[in-house]
Ligand binder design. Structure first.
Ligand SMILES: *Cc1c(COP(=O)(O)O)cnc(C)c1O
Length: 230
């Protein structure tokens, strides 16, 4: 099933890219494996996927230590300060940094293990859940703080659209994230780059690609529906 889903996705993504004049190579597929066991991840690995994402530290950590070293791991879910230490030894990307305090803890912990962690700043574009991302007005402060770090590099923004069937509304929210990215380019430094836009999930990745996504985070459309909601 994974193989069939992936080849379907490849075709759909190629079609969207052709329509909006983008190169499919600009778009990284992050396979979100939450709730799925290691065998399922290995099946996707066998199809040459290497970027995998999880939304909970306690699920990500055992998977990171059990699965092959060449997997690129993405933490995509809400982060907590006291969990950062469990991630830094292995995680490659954190998409969900929304506060200076997380950057501070990440810098401290990553320095201890002599690693550099790639992060995205999560921005609240849906206007809904206050926990999911910073407010746009906080971006300058966060980016300026990040510029002084040595073990954390910023690569762009992440956003989640509202859970709605209103596709125009979703498009407006993705468009806002891209606009915010463009506006904040002036804060770029050697270690703060804003090239990546992580936006789009199984229900809205087509809109996200049209609006400039460079990373799409797909679970259901690769692995099928999850047994229970997480
Ligand atoms: C679960 C999850 C996804 C993937 O969701 P699907 O709708 O199954 O594609 C993407 N991003 C985050 C942050 C998630 O928690």
């Amino acid at each position: 099933m994974i193989r069939k889903n992936l080849s379907m996705l490849e075709e759909i993504i190629a079609g969207i890219c052709e329509k909006c004049g983008r190169d499919p190579k600009e778009i990284k597929l992050v396979a979100v494996t939450k709730t799925h066991p290691e065998e399922v991840i290995m099946e996707a690995y066998g199809e040459d996927l290497r970027d995998f994402g999880e939304n909970k530290v306690q699920e990500l950590v055992p998977k990171m230590s059990a699965l092959p070293d060449d997997i690129v791991w993405h933490m995509v879910g809400t982060i907590q300060t006291n969990k950062i230490k469990d991630l830094v030894g292995r995680v490659n990307w954190i998409h969900s940094i929304s506060k200076v305090k997380y950057l501070k803890e990440l810098e401290k912990r990553a320095a201890r293990v002599d690693r550099v962690i790639r992060v995205l700043i999560q921005v609240n574009i849906s206007g809904e859940d206050q926990k999911s991302g910073c407010e746009p007005e906080q971006l300058p402060e966060i980016l300026q703080y990040a510029a002084g770090l040595k073990h954390v590099t910023v690569h762009g923004f992440m956003g989640m659209a509202a859970l709605t069937a209103d596709r125009d509304q979703i498009r407006q929210q993705f468009r806002m994230l891209r606009r915010l990215r463009d506006e904040h380019r002036k804060h770029e430094t050697e270690t703060v780059r804003l090239d990546e836009l992580s936006m789009g999930m199984s229900g809205d990745y087509d809109i996200a690609i049209e609006e400039g996504a460079t990373m799409i985070r797909l679970g259901t459309s690769i692995f099928g529906s999850r047994d229970y909601n997480v």
